[in-house]
Design a protein. Sequence first.
Length: 95
Amino acid sequence: MNLTSLISAADKEHYDTNGYCIIDDVYSAEELQEIEDFFENFKEREDKTFENGHVRLDEVDRTKQQVRVLQPHRIDERGMNWFLHPNVAEVLETL
């Protein structure tokens, strides 16, 4: 098996044993900041983008329901780019 610079043998073993592992440095600090900023700004959108396009954020009673952004890649190309990031592919292919 060819492990990568992102995944160690211990990571792979943990994944095989437990069904998950945590991989650091998939995104750079700048990319993570861009993702965080995107979702913080996303909350300010006026259109109905939450719960699969059915409600605006201010229409959700957050004491009764968790707010989810479904399929952000359909709303903004950056979402698709984050999903298709080469490091994400490398991790998934290796595991």
